[in-house]
Unconditional design. Structure first.
Ligand SMILES: [Zn+2]
Length: 336
């Protein structure tokens, strides 16, 4: 069972979005379906959780925030509130789709009727993973909304949702935080890690930066980067390096690889460039720059980005890492 976030106050960059939801709720204008969209790591889930908990809480504060002490807040916190339903792909399942069964079960078993208070919240995350039947079943439910029911659809890729579903939802687009706000928020939460570096590695997304503060992952990044440099210099076998990357999720490995190659191209264009995604690796990257053919480098980056866009289900992760690292070995030693 998923434990819910215990940090139930809006971070500074979400205060305006929270305020808009809060005012809508106070005025009785909260929609039946909300589409919370935006890039990874900007706080879409946190905002949905805040809203859900504030609707379920028995005695929310004057600011609309959940009290944190009542029985409903407790049930929410331990991930066991009967009026909060989370629909996502089955983590044990072979497919990464959200299937129709979950939505049908809600509709057919009166699952849309609140059991404790006046609200029922259904969070669909990531919403774009709904297969066509699931989206269709949801659409029917949205056409005849049950009183007190709020659907929260969370997505990084709203364009993948059927237009019919999108048009039934009130859309809330979250934008990346301003750097100063994100750094202030991160500083109190990451211990021993450099918030500036973390935020840079996370492309400005604070939640992602916080996840990166997980130390073993940073150690993994250092090891993978050392391998990347060695492969580029012809000092390490790309196949052996792909094996070492073994269980790294493609979401992580391709993000890193893309970031390193982007930085190389930035440095090739201007060795004194101020903005790098990996400022801590500048010196090592500079050593690779003289051998990099910018045109081939851009083509390679496009390949990494394409692999990243379709990374949800690579047929064979080992082969993907191998083929990217073999090409990088050739590229890194190209005589320009
Ligand atoms: Zn409460």
């Amino acid at each position: 069972m998923r434990k819910e976030s215990t940090d139930l106050t809006p971070p500074p960059w979400l205060v305006a979005s929270w305020g808009a939801l809060r005012r809508a709720q106070a005025a009785g204008r909260l929609p039946h379906a909300l589409l919370i969209a935006g890039p990874a790591g900007v706080g879409k889930r946190l905002l949905a959780d805040l809203l859900a908990c504030s609707l379920l809480c028995r005695c929310p504060g004057p600011d609309g925030l959940p009290c944190g002490h009542c029985q409903d807040c407790h049930l929410f916190r331990v991930g066991n509130h009967p009026d909060l339903v989370r629909l996502g792909p089955d983590p044990e399942g072979k497919s990464d789709e959200i299937k129709v069964a979950g939505i049908r079960a809600l509709v057919e078993s009166e699952g849309l009727t609140p059991t404790r208070g006046t609200h029922k919240v259904i969070v669909i995350d990531p919403a774009e993973r709904m297969n066509p039947s699931a989206a269709n079943a949801l659409l029917k439910t949205l056409e005849e909304p049950a009183p007190g029911t709020l659907f929260c659809l969370i997505t990084e890729r709203a364009y993948l949702l059927p237009a019919t579903v999108r048009s039934r939802c009130q859309r809330m687009l979250l934008r990346p935080a301003e750097e100063a706000q994100a750094l202030g928020w991160l500083a109190g939460r990451v211990k021993g890690a450099d918030p500036v570096l973390l935020l840079r590695l996370a492309h400005g997304a604070p939640m992602r930066a916080l996840a990166l503060a997980d130390e073993p992952l940073l150690v993994r990044r250092d090891a993978a980067f050392a391998g990347f440099v060695a492969v580029g210099q012809g000092a390490r076998d790309p196949v052996a390096e792909a094996q070492a990357w073994g269980d790294l999720s493609p979401k992580v490995s391709l993000e890193w690889l893309g970031g390193w190659v982007s930085d190389l191209l930035r440095l090739k264009a201007d060795g004194t460039v101020a903005h790098l995604s990996n400022p801590d690796k500048r010196e090592d990257l500079m050593r690779l720059v003289p051998h990099l053919d910018p045109e081939a480098g851009h083509r390679y980056l496009q390949r990494v980005l394409r692999a990243r866009a379709t990374q949800d289900n690579p047929l064979n992760l080992q082969l993907l890492h191998e083929s990217l690292l073999i090409d990088w070995a050739v590229l890194g030693r190209k005589v320009v």
